[in-house]
Design a protein around this ligand. Sequence first.
Ligand SMILES: [Zn+2]
Length: 76
Amino acid sequence: MYSYECMKCQLTSPPSLRRSRAEEIGAVHRDRAHEGMHPKGESILIDSARIPQGREWRPVLFVVAIILAALLSKVF
Ligand SMILES: [Zn+2]
């Protein structure tokens, strides 16, 4: 899971499965709060131990379904 963090504003975005999503959130925050400038202390946090919650499972299930379909197509 990835989150954008801005130390200057003391905020952390909600976690995202994709790093690119956290980076998008950071870009929007920079544009709105810092006029496009990069504040000191901003970063992308990585929490690999966090288990996805609720709707966050959708992309995981999608990938599992594709893998299962590929395996089943080879068996039958
Ligand atoms: Zn900020």
